[in-house]
Design a binder for this molecule. Sequence first.
Ligand code: AMP
Ligand code: ZN
Length: 481
Amino acid sequence: MWEMLKVYNTLSRSKEEFQPLNENEVRMYVCGPTVYDYPHIGNARSFAAFDTIRRYLEFRGFHVFYVTNFTDIDDKMITRANEQGIEVQELAEKFIAEYLQIADELNLKPASVNPRATEHMDDIIDMVQSIMDRGVGYAANGDVYFDISEWENYGVLSKIDPDELAAGARVETGEKKEDPRDFVLWKEKKPGEPSWDSPWGKGRPGWHAECSVMGSYYLGVPFDIHGGGQDLIFPHHENEIAQSAAAYGVETPVKYWLHNGFLTINEDKMSKSEGNFFTAREVLDNYDNQGVRFFLVSGHYRQPLDYNNQALKQATQSVERIRNAVDAIRGRISILTKKKVQPTEADDNIAEAIELLKTEFEKEMDDDFNTPGAIAAVFSFIRTLNANLEETGKAAVLREALAVLSTRLEILGIDISRKELTGSSELRSIVEKSIELLLEIREKAREEKDYETGDMIRNRLTEMGVSITDTKDGPTWKIEA
Ligand code: AMP
Ligand code: ZN
């Protein structure tokens, strides 16, 4: 029976039992990229963290409706498009395509929907109007602002005291706010900027308004989970709560707020503005994709994770150890299907380790998605497996081991599917049988002490990309990636 799943809710600053609003369904929104540039590997950490959370919820039996947006209109988009002398939309298309490519290489499951802010202008205008109708928004010469002095609950998420906020704040030149703490819902068009018609004149939405609208449009209010990096707690998510609560007349628009920690370099947050970043593209080009994904989930999602070559190399080696173990299981299964071997204590040891992997992995993930603990359970399983594999006699136990292990790796987003032969099934069967035949000839040669022929077969197969491993019950082979 399932134990309780606990998630850390930024709203209560504590781990809470996870109970979605509708029994088997989880409605989840994660702040997506602003598509003005290549995402850096810090952004990728956020995407991978929430992808893992989503995968675990699905494993837990929930039907997850997963929305992650593209911010395709904001100040950064406009500035960059102007610098490059292109339309904002062209810039957006380019980096949306780039994001989707990276998402694929990082094994992010496609979202249920990837809405774009510019597709929701009417909905955004409606929300801003509702806020004004509630008396918590005001228009000021083409801009519209949220009136914080009219909103009692401001600070629920970030625990910021609005009175203290007032002390340090001042109205910047060009802003038309009545109170420096107020935030913009709609911005008047400036010369040369893209704009949309609204009751307040031509303009465009504020960033916070975009996410409130896209979340509620696809998921309704309230919904279950809202995610993003810790830098978004204030002001982005605080403002989203105020807007959605005011516009849609609910007390709490989102039940659980989850925030990932930063990817750091020398303990500083990786960020575009600081210039201390590596793009996800260059990292994926320099390291094995599965290794990059492993690195991103190797720390707990709320803790900082430091980026350095050593960590990436270690992650790649860890994936290699996993692949080797998986290949060894497959090789042993193929031996056991050809040759009768008596069941032994080794089979019981592995059967026991399978049960332990199941319970430990779930126990760790139930504890606020503790991926480092879950990974430790995977490696403890692999150690037992490696120690027992050569003595095993039951293919069925090994098939189960493979299934249970790969399901857990999938939750972490690690893909260990084997490089397979391609072509028609007849062709594949002939190739497989020919390799088997060569191995038989090699065995025969070795029995006759004709090591020269034996080595020749092995070397030539290796050159073709077929690697051979000798075990005490015979050789196994695989196609190298
Ligand atoms: P942006 O494209 O800047 O809107 O960011 C997309 C997502 O990446 C947001 O959820 C950010 O909070 C998150 N993010 C940005 N920098 C980092 C970082 N260094 N580490 C982890 N997450 C980050
Ligand atoms: Zn957002």
